[in-house]
Design a protein around this ligand. Structure first.
Ligand SMILES: CC(C)(COP(=O)(O)OP(=O)(O)OC[C@H]1O[C@@H](n2cnc3c(N)ncnc32)[C@H](O)[C@@H]1OP(=O)(O)O)[C@@H](O)C(=O)NCCC(=O)NCCSC(=O)C[C@H](O)C(=O)O
Ligand SMILES: [Mg+2]
Length: 295
């Protein structure tokens, strides 16, 4: 799907699946997995010796056009690594939907990536997805989110955050909520998309679904994933329900009626409706229609 076919901010990014760039089988399998977006990884999931070959394979996959409507992105190695410059140069030439950059620490990091992409001749459609995953970055989330028009998505790195905090992974994620809340405020203030971090226990679907629901309730647009088995439940949790869409349509109808009567307030199912509820109802309908366009 091209961005001209769909409003960029409404493009569904419910499920965003990482796959190790060195794993040919996973790259092939991804063509049939119903994830909204893919992150072809050159960082954590690829051993140092395998990085040059993985870079070649991932860039070929990203420019192959074989992933249908899925948004295909490349996660490069961090700015302070020996692989970063070559990764960004190769990704710029491949022209994926985005270059996902781990451990972004400040607006100047974003500017450095932007400059490197431009120097490498990256097309305008290649965006920057900034990973916020260190304590410093969470404090600077606002400057990172608003650093560049090319940056359209913040991605939470909850494994690195937990590691940096010396925190434990616990149900409900209490140790991480301060950081996640700061990043959500920053993303919304800058009008950017924000994706929740990964859930490591791939066999625990109950725990995974609970974390998806928590992420949706907090305001995340979708969640990053590590296993194909996480895709369907994640898509279900992050899509508006039929009841929500129906209620949204009732809100729009009641609002039109109120306006025609010269009123600035209405009620639906006994609840007060003001303009802000109407805006939210329009967003829910638009998201639902965007998901339907994916087929
Ligand atoms: C987590 C895994 C290592 C589990 O692997 P495995 O036990 O081999 O899984 P399965 O046997 O259940 O696999 C079944 C089939 O599915 C394919 N598969 C598995 N994972 C993926 C995937 N991510 N994408 C595509 N396809 C996948 C297998 O090849 C099997 O296929 P088949 O042979 O046809 O049956 C593994 O799932 C995995 O490696 N996941 C990705 C790990 C990863 O990318 N990690 C880095 C990103 S997460 C991160 O860095 C977080 C962030 O930075 C932070 O700080 O939080
Ligand atoms: Mg990380």
């Amino acid at each position: 799907m091209t961005d001209s076919a769909l409003d960029v901010t409404l493009r569904p990014r419910r499920s965003v699946l990482y796959m190790p760039g060195a794993n040919e089988r996973a790259l092939e399998k991804a063509k049939t997995i119903p994830a909204d977006a893919l992150i072809l990884d050159l960082e954590d999931a690829v051993a140092p010796d395998a990085k040059p070959a993985a870079r070649e394979r991932v860039c070929a996959a990203a420019s192959s056009g074989e992933y249908g409507l899925r948004e295909v992105t490349i996660r490069v190695n961090g700015l302070d690594t020996q692989w970063h410059a070559d990764d960004v140069r190769a990704a710029a030439a491949a022209g994926p939907a985005a270059v996902v950059v781990p451990k972004i620490g400040s607006a100047s990091d974003v500017h450095a990536v932007e400059k490197a992409l431009e120097a490498g001749g990256a097309p305008d459609h290649t965006k920057i997805w900034a990973m916020v995953e260190t304590p410093d970055a969470f404090f600077r989330a606002q400057e990172i989110a608003s650093a560049s028009e090319r940056l359209n998505v913040l991605v939470m790195g909850t494994n690195d955050l937990a590691k940096e905090l010396h925190a434990e992974h616990v149900p409900g994620r209490a140790p991480l909520l301060t950081g996640l809340g700061l990043a959500l405020l920053a993303a919304r203030a800058a009008g950017k998309v924000i994706l929740d971090g990964v859930y490591n226990d791939v066999k625990n679907l109950e725990g995974f679904e609970a974390e998806c629901v928590q992420g949706r309730q907090m305001g995340f647009d979708g969640k990053t994933l590590i296993h194909p088995g996480q895709v369907d439940p994640c898509n279900a949790v992050f899509a508006p329900t039929e009841a929500q869409v129906e209620e949204s349509r009732a809100i729009l109808a009641a609002w039109d009626e109120a306006l025609a009567e010269g009123k600035g307030v209405a009620t639906v199912n006994g609840r007060m409706i003001e303009n802000l509820h109407v805006e939210n109802a329009k967003r829910i309908i638009a998201v639902s229609e965007a998901i339907a366009q994916l087929g």
